[in-house]
Design a protein around this ligand. Structure first.
Ligand code: G4P
Length: 524
């Protein structure tokens, strides 16, 4: 197969949702369709369980297991589908953000009863930053939930997506009869006893035959609602979807495997193949002959005696080959990999070659950090792998003065892995760790002790946000930095950051210094 054929065949995407909306269940059903797993439950058992929130070691262990599901690949209708797993657990949200930099599109799962929830909002926002095409799947139609039109309003107002319903539910909960597939003009009837769904071609909803399938009142309601949809919502336009300007919406019930096939069939038809990637130097097209790729996730191995890690590389152009020399751009060092690995659902295999859209796991002894590029010699820096402002902060103290070197090394490597973010105060050199979840503080403490023989203690610190700074006016910027000297720090890459104590303080600074840019991500 040629490189272009390999590229055209691939679809790499992520599923995002608020915990419990049904991401794991949907993933599993998709894998069953593709034959990647044979029984339900294979993915579920890898899921980080909610009950374990108090025990971080258990969560770390489960997270270790979940490496196995980092990428779930299967063939469906001649397409190689790669699903990148995004941890649902809130404390690992940063992992999810970064994984989203490696996908070409996303499916957003929403619970019909709960509607758009806070984590959905955040994740969609991250996808929007990169104009990632998104399809929405409204799940759990076998339960009572919100009205379909109200949900579409939420999708448009809360997460700013342009809804384009491609299927429409016929009732819900006890009265759920199925969906009308607007995209393919088919009536898909729900069978609650798990048998195959009935699919009936139905191009004209005015056909009196409709009553025989769903009854009179449901038929009338469906006709009225589909008419309304056609009046209110835009017709499907593939280009607009691919540009991130239009979002197809499907309804179904993942646990009942209902509406999942419609979603998948439409997905393979419309979802983008591996896309070009922006670097600081130029745009890299996937069909360029030379390899390029970037590391979007690093996972520490679970064996504390070895400091081995697995760096996950998204191939962006060319062909990745085993045992071939590539340039690690940041270190300006040639590296080759004797056992690059794919982590497909439940099996781990050494790969001889990989193509754009594929993810390869590279065993690493500490050379990689998130965002690193691998090429055949060209020096490029991939864009769009931002750090997000942490939500919790603590000051780090060295608890064993004899081990300050070990502490510095440990902290630096854990930050490279993306476990948390570290800021060094300009004034006094205080070290501050920022995380998304409280759990990470325990993880850091534990890993410093067990992997680096270093000990740290924490001092509580109340901060609102860390803001990366830009300047449009040197005088104003200087005035601001002098006035707020005590609140300035450098991130691990040496960028200047303002540590805002409160929303009020930040607002005041924004108003007083309008020519200073305050950013909540490091990528702007
Ligand atoms: P997540 O990965 O987004 O966190 O969600 P997950 O798939 O684990 O689903 C969360 C819960 O919702 C699970 O129930 C799951 O069985 C249920 N669920 C998923 N899809 C549907 C659906 O279409 N209809 C209904 N009624 N429920 C659905 P649980 O009780 O938390 O877990 P379990 O005991 O069923 O495994």
């Amino acid at each position: 197969m040629t490189l272009v054929e390999e590229i055209n065949k691939r679809r790499t995407f992520g599923i995002v949702s608020h915990p419990d909306a049904g991401k794991t269940t949907l993933t599993e059903k998709l894998l069953l369709f593709g034959g990647a797993i044979q029984v339900a439950g294979a993915v579920k058992s890898n899921k980080i369980k909610k009950s374990a929130t108090s025990d971080f070691m258990d969560i770390e262990r489960q997270r270790g297991i979940s490496v196995a599901t980092s990428v779930m690949g299967f063939l469906y209708r001649d397409k190689q589908i790669n699903i990148l797993d995004t941890p649902g657990h809130k404390d690992f949200q940063e992992d999810t953000y970064r994984t989203l930099t490696a996908v070409d599109s996303a499916i957003v799962v929403i619970d019909v009863a709960k509607g758009v929830e806070p984590q959905t909002e955040k994740l969609v926002e991250v996808c929007k930053m990169r104009e990632t095409p998104m399809i929405v799947f409204i799940n759990k139609l076998d339960r009572e939930g919100k009205d379909g039109f109200d949900l579409l309003d939420e999708v448009e107002q809360k997460i700013n997506l342009k809804a384009c319903p491609l299927s429409w539910p016929i009732g819900m909960g006890q009265r759920f009869k199925g969906v009308y597939n607007i995209y393919e003009k088919k009536l898909v009837l729900f069978n609650p006893h798990g048998k195959q769904e009935d699919i009936i071609e139905f191009t004209n909803l005015d056909d009196p035959e409709l009553i025989n399938h769903i009854g009179e009142s449901a038929a009338e309601e469906l006709r009225e609602e589909v008419n309304m949809i056609q009046e209110i919502y835009p017709a499907f336009d593939k280009e607009a979807y691919l540009n991130g300007e239009l979002n197809p919406v499907f309804f179904g019930s993942a646990i009942n495997n209902f509406g999942v096939k419609e979603l998948l069939d439409c997905f393979v038809e419309i979802a983008p193949k591996p896309l070009a990637r922006q670097t600081e130097e130029r745009i890299i097209q996937p069909d360029e002959n030379k390899l390029s790729g970037f590391v979007f996730k690093i996972h520490a191995n679970m064996d504390p005696k070895h400091r081995d890690r697995i760096a996950f590389l998204r191939v962006c152009s060319g062909e990745f080959k085993r045992n071939t020399n590539y340039l690690h751009v940041r270190n300006n060092k040639k590296m080759k990999f004797s056992n690059p690995t794919t982590f497909m659902a439940s099996k781990k295999e050494i790969v001889e070659s990989a193509f754009p859209g594929d993810i390869v796991g590279l065993y690493d002894s500490g050379n990689f950090k998130i965002g690193d590029a691998l090429t055949e010699g060209e020096k490029v820096t991939f864009k769009g792998i931002p750090s997000f402002s942490p939500e919790m902060f603590r000051i780090v103290h060295n608890a064993d003065p004899m081990k300050s070197k070990q502490l510095a090394k440990g902290l630096s490597q854990l930050m490279d892995e993306g476990v948390a973010q570290m800021f060094t105060k300009e004034f006094g050199g205080t070290i501050i760790i920022g995380t998304v979840g409280a759990l990470q503080f325990d993880v850091i403490q534990y890993r410093l002790e067990h992997e680096y023989s270093a000990k740290c203690t924490y001092e509580p610190l109340h901060l609102h946000k860390a803001c990366w700074l830009t300047s449009e006016n040197d005088t104003e910027f200087k005035e601001f930095t002098q006035r707020r000297k005590r609140d300035l720090a450098k991130d691990k890459d040496g960028n200047l950051v303002f540590l805002a104590e409160s929303a009020w303080q930040l607002k005041t600074m924004q108003e007083t210094y309008p020519k200073v840019g305050f950013h909540f991500t490091s990528d702007f």
